[in-house]
Ligand binder design. Structure first.
Ligand code: ZN
Length: 386
């Protein structure tokens, strides 16, 4: 039932509001293959092998819902472009980039578990990075207030010298670097993908110019490509101490758990930090129906997060907000949750699109307790809270 609510109010809070989307079809050419979920393996005894979760279908639906969904009049489309190698070196090491180029020349290989660089994957990765940098520059140059990089392969697990979790190049990290290079001295990154934004955190771990905040399920380290735990005590180092805030949330945290974490933990930190630009890193894999996460957000929860982030951007960053796409693997619901997030960002007074499938009852007591204990911990140790 792809139906808008009965009487949608088709006006965002501010009439002139729109979202500038950066997209390039070439990103669909990254073929992650088929197998048992994300392993690329055919055990030989299954008649039906599924697409790798990070497949092009999920992004095709994100494109089409923004082109033909009720939010479409408020979307303006911009052509993405490949990143230059010199741009990549602002976040990644030369050795690592050489390794990826070599893998591409050899027609691809498995870079780490579940992460396949196949023919055309490198081209797609360059497009994802370049399009995200373009989205940032668009906002920095004053051509728009809100830009969304609709990109794949995702990027937030990619560390300066390491691929991880379907990610090769850290799209958001590269965009943040371009903001720093342009002279900005404070950027806040809020990551709501269900997994820890370890790559972005690692890239800015020693910097007090970038506040990285990640809300994620408590999945811990998942092997050599992802040594970080995403725990509360990974706070940054040196000048960057206190500028990486991890918010690991219990499974099933849901809409009210996330709203509580945003209000109690994210808003006060951003308030103290006063960023000149905000970056919202989104993954719909924190939804109730995602094969890769157990956080149980619905469209309503994403809408609320979008509203809260918009409010922070208006208050601190003159409304300047760059949104970067990460995970989100339910082919239908990810598109719906994206739509809801952007509705929230545009501050529509009522939902434009109703939720076709959400029904889980919520128990927010675990999440509320976790948020309280994280808050207590941070207040005791993070210098800017003291
Ligand atoms: Zn994810």
């Amino acid at each position: 039932m792809a139906m808008p609510c009965s009487e949608p109010d088709l006006k965002p809070a501010q009439k002139e509001d729109r979202i500038d989307v950066f997209w390039h079809e070439g990103m669909l050419e990254h073929d992650t293959g088929r197998g048992v979920f994300d392993t690329g393996m055919d055990p030989g005894f299954l008649d039906v092998l599924e697409n790798h979760p990070e497949n092009s279908d999920r992004v095709k639906n994100m494109v089409s819902i923004l082109k033909r969904g009720p939010i479409s009049p408020f979307i303006s489309w911009h052509q993405g472009r490949p990143a230059l190698i010199s741009e990549l070196l602002s976040f990644h090491t030369q050795e690592y980039i050489n390794e990826l180029i070599e893998a591409d020349e050899k027609q691809g290989k498995t870079i780490c578990a579940g992460t396949f660089l196949n023919p055309r994957s490198w081209y797609a990765a360059l497009l994802a990075a370049g399009s995200t940098i373009s989205a940032m520059k668009h906002v920095l140059d004053g051509h728009g207030k809100i830009a969304y990089a609709l990109v794949r392969p995702p990027g937030h697990h990619a560390q300066p010298s390491r691929a991880d979790g379907y990610c090769f190049l850290n799209n958001a990290g590269l965009a943040v670097q371009s903001a720093l290079t342009s002279g900005l001295d404070s950027v806040a990154v809020i990551d709501i993908d269900v997994h820890y934004g370890n790559g972005t955190a690692e890239g800015f771990y020693r910097s007090d110019k970038v506040l990285t905040v990640s809300l994620h399920m408590n999945h811990g380290s998942w092997g050599p490509s992802h040594p970080q735990n995403g725990a509360v005590d990974e706070l940054g180092e040196g000048e960057g101490f206190g500028y990486n805030l991890n918010i690991p949330l219990p499974n099933g945290s849901g809409d009210s758990g996330y709203a509580c974490a945003m209000t109690e933990l994210v808003v006060p930190a951003v308030e103290k930090f006063e960023p000149k630009i905000m970056v919202l890193v989104i993954g719909q894999d924190s939804s109730a129906f995602d094969p890769n996460g157990r956080q149980c957000l619905t469209m309503e929860g994403y809408r609320k997060i979008g509203q809260i982030v918009r409010e922070m951007a208006d208050k601190h960053s003159k409304g300047r907000l760059v949104i970067v796409q990460e995970g989100g693997y339910h082919v239908t619901y990810s598109a719906y949750c994206l739509h809801a997030t952007l509705e929230g960002v545009l501050n529509f007074p009522a939902p434009l699109l109703s939720d076709p499938i959400a029904y889980y009852p919520e128990d927010d007591s675990f999440a509320t307790r976790a948020v309280e204990s994280i808050k207590k911990y941070q207040r005791g140790i993070v210098p800017f809270f003291k």
